[in-house]
Write a protein that binds this ligand. Structure first.
Ligand code: AMP
Length: 266
């Protein structure tokens, strides 16, 4: 799969009544991954790159909410309208709403190319629901990647982030400024600051992350799925490091399997 025929994720973004125009072609055995990390560590960028490299579909719950924001009020369910208000304040959307949205998109979790879940699960309840659903479909997770960075670096990344309203390219006011202030280098679109990147929302999001999402780290650690990754370096460096870690993991799982096979032989 190349950048031109990338899956448009219609079934994920619009719901099960839509069909994706191009299904991912697995670049090998399918990967089913969860990406974790505080807001601002760059996990969205990593999810896109990993999706491309592994031929897996990038499934972001935040993207579903942002797509719903662009719909007219009459096309939105009352639950979705309420969800968008939580999002605007930087708070988590209630578990029941998020789970409804994921459950009705279960076809995406069964995609032949595998998946890279980004921004879900975010609470223990969501993680348990996901585990039960995947077990019932016999689709075990392969790894949970946890991208790590110090808090001060996260705050500086988020407050300086600017996004192109047209092509969604991301810039940073000091680390990666556009050539013309306020305008995208790629398409001349207007750059804006995401509502939830304003300083009041950043504080709420980081506090929410600590309270609700950090306990997931222990949950996945106990399940033997946690793979910590340092989120420093260029996006391509990080993705290459991540793929190497995944391969090491898969090889270790195979050799574990060999050892177990040997030990049960008479
Ligand atoms: P993200 O793009 O993943 O940072 O998500 C943006 C916002 O969408 C979050 O700050 C939440 O308000 C909401 N959101 C996305 N995914 C979830 C989730 N799994 N649980 C609760 N709220 C979510």
């Amino acid at each position: 799969m190349n950048a031109h025929d990338e899956n448009n994720r219609a079934a994920w973004l619009d719901g099960p009544s839509s069909k994706c125009s191009v299904l991912p072609e697995p670049a090998g055995p399918a990967w089913r991954l969860v990406l974790m990390g505080a807001p601002g560590v760059g996990k969205g960028t990593q999810a896109v790159l990993l999706g491309r490299h592994l031929g897996a579909c990038h499934l972001s719950t935040g993207d579903v909410f942002r797509a719903a924001k662009n719909q007219s009020d009459s096309n939105r369910s009352p639950a979705m309208t309420a969800a968008l208000a939580f999002m605007r304040r930087g708070e988590l959307v209630p578990d029941a709403t998020v789970w409804e949205l994921v459950r009705e998109r279960v076809g995406c979790l069964q995609c032949q190319g595998g998946f890279v879940l980004d921004g879900f699960p975010r609470t223990l309840a969501q993680a348990i629901s996901l585990r039960l659903l995947l077990e019932s479909k016999r689709l075990p997770l392969h790894a949970v990647l946890n991208f790590e960075l110090p808090v001060a670096e996260i705050v500086s990344r988020l407050s300086g982030r600017r996004t192109c309203e047209r092509c969604k390219s991301v810039f940073h006011v000091s680390a990666q400024p556009p050539q013309n202030e306020g305008l995208c280098d790629h398409c001349d679109g207007r750059l804006y600051q995401r509502e939830d990147d304003h300083s009041e929302s950043i504080a709420v999001r980081l506090e929410t992350y600590e309270r609700s999402t950090a306990p997931l780290i222990h949950y996945y650690e106990r399940l033997g799925l946690l793979t910590p990754m340092v989120a420093r370096g260029s996006p391509e460096e990080i993705v290459q490091r991540t793929i190497a870690a995944l391969e090491t993991r898969r090889n270790a799982q195979f050799s574990d399997l060999d050892l177990r096979t040997v030990s049960i032989e008479p």
